[in-house]
Design a protein around this ligand. Sequence first.
Ligand code: HEM
Length: 236
Amino acid sequence: MPPRAIPYLKAAVHLFCINPVFYLVHLYRSGMLANQADPVNFLTHYTGDWALWILLADLAITPVRRLSPKLAWLIRFRRMVGEYAFFYATLHLLIYIFLFSGYDVPTAWAGLRAGHLMEPLHQLRLVWPTMLDDLKKRWFIQIGLLSWLILLALAVTSPQRVLRAMGGKNWQRLHRLVYVAGIAACLHYWLLVKAGVRAPLKDTVVLSVLLLARIAWSAWKKWGRPTPAVRVARAA
Ligand code: HEM
């Protein structure tokens, strides 16, 4: 890939990743969102799906890059794609807090407009016990929260200066947790669907292939790769 093409490709990836938000805005403005049988449910599922798909795309970058040295440039997209996964997961969480859990948005908004700056916080306090109850009782919420917290830690530590401050090895160790975030996201999906529903299967197959590729690469690096001495001898 010629270096000159990278900024164009980055712009294309940005457009692709932000497109689901444009689509939501379009649905809202055209009234199509309100026509959904359950708009809040639609928004929760839509953002959850995109968070998972972009997370899987992020996980795919490293194994694909390893297929050929010519694909080394792909690594320059990892941080950006990872940040989009975090963005959609956060949007998903905000939709859960402010729409799914019964938060009274119109009252909070009316309070703000009337100059009661604490009204949004007051409304949050009202739904807090329901959310806490959800968190205590529902496994899928706990596992979803775990996945989101990992994505948060990865997003916070993704800038270069944080990498330098942490040291490469520590940073790499922490960023390996992205696989745990992927596993937790798939588990979250399985736990929330009704028994017999196989909707999370496709995502789980993709995740399993990526995890196997990761394990195979580690095994090859440890046992299969010829040592420098063998490589020199073979080349001679
Ligand atoms: C605190 C964090 C999270 C909360 C509270 C949460 C909550 C929810 C809720 C309430 C649903 C809908 C459940 C239903 O319809 O009964 C859902 C669905 C879903 N969530 Fe999450 N979630 C969280 C984190 C995540 C993360 C981090 C991901 C992915 C990276 C994710 C991916 C999904 C997916 C794929 C679905 C199903 C979408 C579909 O059915 O098409 N969630 N989540």
